[in-house]
Design a binder for this molecule. Structure first.
Ligand SMILES: [Zn+2]
Length: 143
């Protein structure tokens, strides 16, 4: 009998504790779903699960990709040269619109329509740096 009473008391206490939890639940502020929802505009606003320097950017995150091309650049079997005569040490850009641009060491930039994103992806290594500005990217790549 005594043991039974204690079991009942334990049960009632547990029940009370459970009800207390339920009560706090109903007191939580309800999300207001009537107005416009502030959803992140794109993936870059989502809280990062990795620091940005460890994430590979996707095409929507950046305005373009850039890489250094030390060697003479052969396009359709011919060594490509800038109008200033430079034929190596290019910076190759692959922009979000799939265009490919070449920049020689003297800073001349021109779109190269014979190259595209597929070519860039075949010839570029993994992305290892994020550059907030074009100038920083160029500095990093030695231009
Ligand atoms: Zn040039």
């Amino acid at each position: 009998m005594f043991r039974r009473n204690r079991a009942d008391r334990d049960f009632r206490e547990a029940q009370r504790a459970g009800q207390a939890v339920l009560a706090t639940h109903t007191e939580w502020p309800q999300p207001d779903l009537t107005g416009p929802l502030a959803a992140p505009a794109d993936a870059t606003v989502v809280p990062d699960f990795l620091p940005p320097q460890f994430r590979a950017p996707c095409r929507q995150d950046v305005s373009g990709f850039m890489m250094r091309w030390h060697l003479p650049l052969v396009i359709n079997g011919e060594v490509h040269a800038c109008h200033c005569g430079a034929y190596r040490n290019w910076i190759v850009f692959n922009m979000r619109d799939d265009s490919v641009w070449l920049r020689c060491e003297a800073g001349h930039e021109a779109e190269e329509t014979r190259l595209d994103t597929a070519w860039y992806n075949r010839n570029s290594g993994p992305v290892d740096h994020f550059h907030p500005t074009l100038d920083e990217g160029l500095r990093h790549l030695g231009h």
